[in-house]
Design a protein around this ligand. Structure first.
Ligand SMILES: Cc1ncc(COP(=O)(O)O)c(C=O)c1O
Length: 444
């Protein structure tokens, strides 16, 4: 069963009513009962909020787009209105909408004319699209290991990975958290290398009070179905460099001339355009984004305040410059030694049995997997890069901190954070209960 997410007022009312008594009951009282995985009663049986949220606002704008008979962005008004609104919300000079987050990243690399022989820095702890947009250009994706405390790229290790061939640094704001943008932007400036933010999971996150997507040359967003701002599939890039913005607009529209200077992305381009229907849904969804984000923040902070005291649960850290986390996922590290050796998979299964059913381990170590490892054997790559370069690439593929993070990571979805305060208490109660019975669960 799914329930509707509360608005901010309802959340605050629940918060006030719940109080300390409920917290203690949920967290400690239920912990004494037998875990559901061993035949006990689950901590919760209710469902989680519906996602996406939509109502008559979407109906109206979608029908407007339909009846306008202007279904392509050039002629319609929805995509233009969304670009204007999203740029304004971010405080950016320009926004170019595309048909996916992958397309917005691909557009940036296209407008930068990245191609064979070029190297692009990225972290291994990201969605595979960040890797794919580099290999689609036959450039070399150079992995820099992660900081497991924050799950973000380890900015201190980037400089050692740069070579004269490095043509971009992709700073992935993973999970809604934010990378150390001070260090990354300073490196970009020092070595004259553009920084592209992959902010596909971090709508409204902020670094030093300014929204992500504004810090590098450009920042890319995804509006795929699971994202905090969603139109099924869609994307956009933000930039404060107007000429770069026109080059990007050109790339996503078959390299046609754009802007007062008739700029093009060069000899490459494609149709990566957003439709008016995607634009209409985004204009409607945008009306709720701020309130939903605040709701997630309140719940995430409350959940962290309970989980941080549980031995073996390492709550995700933020760098001091991160002034707003977008909470696309709620992630923590699970250390089985504090749970009587109970493995992570069984821990997650036990959580699911307790009714915390939208729990997953997050990314596997893509850098070790078939799709990525095939690169050095790919016939085009073998033609384009020397054996020494591909050997160096293999070395960069070894990311021990990412291995650790991928083996310990546990994440809840953003929709769970749209629940009530007592939903958060039940999550904490379920984890405590599993910890109390961890030995028995491990043996079962
Ligand atoms: C970090 C990251 N980068 C890129 C993408 C690609 O976005 P899309 O699925 O909209 O193409 C995603 C989507 O999940 C993502 O999470």
């Amino acid at each position: 069963m799914k329930t509707s997410p509360m608005n901010r007022r309802q959340f605050l009312a629940t918060t006030a009513v719940a109080g300390v008594g409920l917290t203690l009951t949920a967290t400690f009282g239920k912990a004494a009962t037998k875990p559901a995985i061993l035949g006990g009663t689950p901590v919760r049986t209710a469902g989680w909020p519906h996602w996406p949220v939509c109502n008559e606002v979407e109906d109206k704008l979608l029908l407007e787009a339909l009846h306008s008979r202007k279904w392509n962005r050039y002629g319609g008004k929805q995509v233009k209105a969304f670009e204007k609104a999203f740029a304004a919300r971010a405080g950016a000079k320009s926004c170019v909408a595309t048909n996916s987050g992958t397309s917005s990243l691909y557009t940036c690399l296209g407008a930068l004319d990245i191609g064979p022989g070029d190297e692009v820095i990225l972290p291994p702890f990201t969605f595979i699209a960040t890797f794919n947009i580099i290999t689609l250009n036959y450039a070399l994706p150079i992995y820099v290991d992660v900081d497991p405390a924050t799950s973000q790229i380890d900015a201190n290790q980037i400089e050692a990975a740069l070579t004269p061939n490095t043509k971009a640094i992709i700073a992935v704001q993973i999970g809604g958290n934010v990378c150390d943008m001070d260090k990354i932007c300073a490196l970009g400036k020092k070595h004259n290398i553009p920084v592209i933010e992959d902010a596909c999971q971090s709508h409204l996150a902020e670094w030093r009070g300014r929204m992500v997507g504004n810090w590098g040359l450009a920042g890319c967003f995804s509006f795929q179905a699971s994202k905090n701002l969603n139109c099924g599939d869609g994307g956009a890039l933000l930039t404060n460099d107007l000429d770069f913005g026109f080059k990007c607009e050109s790339f996503q529209d078959q390299s046609r001339n754009k802007g007062p200077k008739n700029l093009t992305a060069g000899c490459r381009g494609g149709n990566l355009r957003m439709t008016e229907f995607q634009g209409a849904i985004l204009n409607a969804q945008l009306t709720r984004l701020e309130e939903q984000s605040r709701h997630r923040e309140q719940n995430a902070e409350y959940l962290s305040s309970m989980l941080k005291d549980i031995p073996g649960i390492l709550v995700q850290q933020q760098y001091p410059g991160c002034t707003r986390h977008a909470w696309h996922v709620y992630a923590f590290r699970y250390q089985q030694k504090h749970f009587a050796g109970l493995g992570r998979d069984k821990f997650m299964l036990a959580l699911k049995k307790e009714g915390i059913d939208d729990t997953a381990g997050g990314y596997t170590a893509w850098n070790k997997e078939g799709h990525v490892s095939q690169l050095s054997k790919n016939r085009h790559y073998k033609k384009l890069y020397s054996p020494e370069t591909l050997d160096r690439w293999e070395q960069h593929r070894q990311c021990p901190q990412n291995d650790l993070l991928c083996s310990e990571n546990v994440r809840f979805t953003q929709t769970m954070l749209l629940g009530t305060k007592s939903d958060m208490e039940q999550i904490a109660a379920a984890i405590r209960k599993i910890q109390q019975h961890a030995g028995a669960i491990a043996r079962a």
